[in-house]
Design a protein around this ligand. Structure first.
Ligand code: ATP
Ligand code: MG
Length: 430
């Protein structure tokens, strides 16, 4: 029975392992193999005079990155990874790898990101890359657990839609029989309709599609959004939920992903401290303006340079609240005392925006007016607006970008490092 190499210890005695040949070193009388599986690396030592003839015959053709099955005795040895080595009794070449490799899995030869993404299946064999995705997996599992524990229903909404969520140019049109259709940019309208269905607390983790014009290090054309919507809640309730989730995710990674963090050479992994500061938009643009050559005018969006300037000042996760109503989407609820500002928020990492959310407008007439005031035609939103006529509870929610979350958590320089097969302006394959 095969066991993962991380479970092979000097006490194991005899074991069988399967994996990829990470490195081969032939010293004449002695051949060393490093064999890797998802869990780690083990040294296989072949003293040519002492192993069976069948082993010697089989090791002849083994190239790096071939898949092998090996069984033998495990011995303690100081110098090998994990303090143990295997002396093979059987050695089977299951699948030979072609040489030369398009990408060096051992990372001795550096490769640029494009080359790596072209050969992503090989790139993902690198322990460092495997570690990013094992942490991402832990993060996603924890999001599910966290929300299920709080009584959320998991939903799946359509990705092929007839209307834009927020109008605008960020849409990918698709051929859908004889109709005009788009890839959905956000589950926003659907999760709100489900508040009208009485679901009360929903979440979806799914793709969002944005026809972002430019290649940046923090935008993808297909990203993963963690979306939440909660009835009988306001913006402060869902900010608290988001903050608690972020702290929980970091804490879980700190507790469960020590090996992966080590592979990524992250030594001082810090769990963010609650509560996150909450800056009003007006304060945020003041901070940014103090650092930038061009001051930000009230009503301007907070762009990349401003985000960076505020982040340097804050040095931790924070919220920006009380945004001008005119620069947030029509579904954000205006404040009662001053309708020029609204109950919208952004969750910021010092490097960039992670999430946007708000208390939503739940009054049909106000929603129609706000849609029109954004220059959109309410007639195009009939399917969305109708539920607001038949008993819509007050509600609030947010969307959190999974790739930006992982990217900032692991201090990756490019968002493409946080997704297996990125879609960007130039990349549709693999
Ligand atoms: P930005 O202004 O940074 O482009 P946004 O405000 O347009 O982001 P939202 O519509 O608020 O994005 O989406 C909610 C969250 O989804 C964002 O905070 C981000 O984490 C994620 N997100 C949105 N667009 C993208 C994208 N193109 N690539 C990766 N993540 C994205
Ligand atoms: Mg946003």
């Amino acid at each position: 029975m095969r066991i993962p190499v991380s479970e092979v210890t000097p006490e194991t005695g005899r074991a069988e392992i399967c994996g990829w040949v990470h490195e081969v070193r032939d010293l004449g009388g002695l051949v060393f193999y490093l064999v890797r599986d998802r869990s780690g690396i083990i040294q296989v030592t072949i003293p040519k005079k002492k192993v069976p003839q069948s082993v010697l015959e089989n090791i002849r053709d083994v190239s790096r990155e071939s898949v092998v099955r090996i069984s033998g005795q495990v011995k303690a040895i100081d110098k090998a990874p994990g303090g143990r080595e295997m002396i093979p009794e059987t050695f089977e070449l299951i699948s030979r790898s072609t040489s030369p490799l398009p990408l060096d899995v051992v990372e001795k030869v550096p490769a640029d990101l494009d080359t790596r993404l072209d050969s992503r299946f090989l790139d993902a064999r690198r322990p460092r890359v495997t570690s990013v995705f094992s942490i991402r997996s832990t993060v996603m599992r924890t999001v599910h657990e966290f929300l299920f524990q709080r009584g959320f229903l998991h939903i799946s909404t359509p990705k092929v839609v007839a209307a834009a969520t927020e109008g605008g140019t960020e849409l990918f049109p698709i051929a859908y029989f004889e109709k005009e259709a788009f890839l959905n940019q956000s589950p926003q309208l659907y999760k709100q309709m489900l508040m009208g269905a009485g679901f009360e607390k929903v979440f979806e983790i799914g793709p969002i599609f944005r026809a972002e014009e430019h290649n940046t290090t923090k935008h993808l054309n297909e990203a993963t959004s963690i979306d939440v919507e909660v009835s009988f809640s306001d913006q402060n309730d869902v900010m608290d939920l988001l903050e608690e989730l972020i702290v929980k995710l970091y804490g879980t990674v700190a507790g469960e992903c020590q090996n992966a963090l080590e592979n990524l050479e992250i030594k001082d992994f810090e769990v963010p401290k609650s509560p996150f500061p909450r800056l009003a938009y007006r304060e945020a643009i003041e901070i940014a303006s103090a650092h930038l050559d061009e001051p930000i005018q009230y009503g301007d969006d907070i762009g990349t340079a401003a985000e960076k300037a505020i982040g340097e000042e804050m040095q931790q996760h924070y919220f920006i609240v009380d945004w001008p109503t005119e620069i947030k989407p029509y579904y954000a609820m205006p404040h009662d005392h001053d309708p020029t500002i609204c109950k919208a928020f952004d969750l910021m990492h010092p490097r960039m925006e992670l999430s946007s959310g708000s208390q939503r407008v739940h009054q049909h007439d106000l929603l129609v007016r706000q849609i029109a005031s954004k220059g959109l035609n309410p007639d195009n939103f009939e399917f969305y607006l109708t539920p607001f006529l038949y008993g819509m509870p007050p509600h609030a929610g947010w969307g959190l970008g999974a790739e930006r979350l992982v990217m900032t958590m692991l201090d990756l320089s490019n968002i493409r490092e946080a997704i297996l097969f990125p879609r960007d302006r130039h990349r549709l394959v693999p």
